[in-house]
Design a protein around this ligand. Sequence first.
Ligand code: AMP
Ligand code: GLY
Length: 421
Amino acid sequence: MKVGIIGSGGREHAICESLRKSNKIDEIFCFPGNAGTADIAKNVNIDLENFDKIKEFVLDNKIDLIVIGPEKPLVEGLVDYLKKFQVKVFGPNKIASQLEGSKIFTKKLCEKFNIPTAKFGIFKNNEDSIKFLKKTKYPVVIKADNLASGKGVYICDNIDQAQIAVKEIFEGKFGVADNLLIEEFLKGEEMSFFTIHDGKNFKCFGTAQDHKRVLEGDKGKNTGGMGAYSPSRLINKEIKEKIINKIIKPTLKGLSEIGTQYSGFLYSGLMIVNNEPYLIEYNVRMGDPECQTILPKLKTDLFDIFNACCDQNLNKVNIEWLNKKSICVVVCSKGYPENFKKNIEINNLGKMKLDNYNHLFHAGTKIENKKVYAIGGRVLNFVSLSDNFADAKNNIINNISELSWTGGFYRKDIGYKVINR
Ligand code: AMP
Ligand code: GLY
C-alpha cells in the first residue's frame, strides 16, 4: 500500500514513524514533510492550497490512503475535494471541521446540546463589545472567530487590555473578523483528550497535557506548544465518562442533526474545574506536540486503524497501548514565537540515543546536501517513554545535551506537575 501524509510538523513525522512499522505499507509520501520525514518518506513539495495539484499527484502515483495532519486543509475542505475523485482520505469533512474553523459554530452547538463550556456572548462590532466589557467581571477571555493557529485568544485582566484585544481582532489581525467572542474565564487545569472516529463509531485515543506558554512556569506568550506529557494527570474513569457523555456524544448528535458525520481525530481541549470537564475548544486533528507523546505508545498497526476509519469499521479494531509514561520536549529557534533566524545548520543529530522508547521527531527542518537546517519556530521534538515521567525526562535531557545548536532553546520544566510531586 502507498500512503500520503499532508503536513510538515512533528505530528506528521510521528505519524510517518508509526506507519513505517506497518508491514502493509510499501511507500510513504509526505506533503511537504521535513528533514525527518525525508528518512522515511518521499517528500513532495506541493503548495497545500493547491488541491488540484495534490489530487493529480495522488492519482498519478496511485496513493491508496491520504492522512491529513493540520487543520487548515481540513477546514478548507480537502477531504471533500479528494473524495470527489474516489481518493480514500482520513480526516473530517469541511462541515464537521467547523468545530475548529469557527468558535461560534462550536459555541452554538454547546448551547443547543447543553455541553458544558464557558458562558459566552457573540459581538459584531467595537461599540457593543466595549459596552459589555465596561460592566463585566475580569479576567475575561476575548477570541477571534477565525482559525488563528493558537493565537487570536486574549485573556484580559482589565478594560484597557480588553479594548486592545477588541480593536486588534476587528482590525483584522487574525483575518477578516465579522464577530468576536467574549467568554467567562474558567479557572482550572487543562487537558487534551483525543478520540478517533469513523463516522459511526469512535474510540478514545489517549490524553495529554500540553505546555502552551513559551516561558518556564507556564508564563509568557502562547505558542503552538513547547512540550507535553501523556497521560494527563487529570484523567480517571469518572472524568472520562463525563467527557464522553456530556461533551463528545452530544457533539456527534449535533453534527448528525445538521446532516453530517465525524471521521478522523477529534481533539477536545478541556478545562477541568472541580472534577467537571468544560469544553474550551475543539480541534479537528491530533494535537502537536501531544501526538508525538501518544503515538509512540501505540501497539496496534496505525494503518489498520486509519483504514478502518475510512471503511467505517473501527468497532472491529482493538486499539492497544504500551503502559508507559511519555514526555515530549520541543526545541525551538531562539526568538520563537516572535521573530527568529532561519537556515541555521543543526549538527550532531547522529549522536542521539534513539530506540523504540526514545524518539527525535523533526518539525521546522529541511535537508540540503545531507545537512539539516532549522527553518521554523518549533524545530525538534525529543520524546521518551518510560515507566515514570522523571526517567523519561532524564533521557530527553541527555539527548538534548548532545545537540550542538546554539540557535535553539527549550523549556526545562516540561512535565513539572507530574515530576515534582
Ligand atoms: P483556544 O485557542 O480557544 O484553545 O484558547 C487558547 C488558550 O487560552 C487555551 O488553551 C486556554 O489556556 C486559554 N483559554 C481559552 N478559553 C479560556 C477560558 N474560557 N477560560 C480560561 N482559559 C481559556
Ligand atoms: N498543542 C496544541 C495544538 O495542537 O493545537
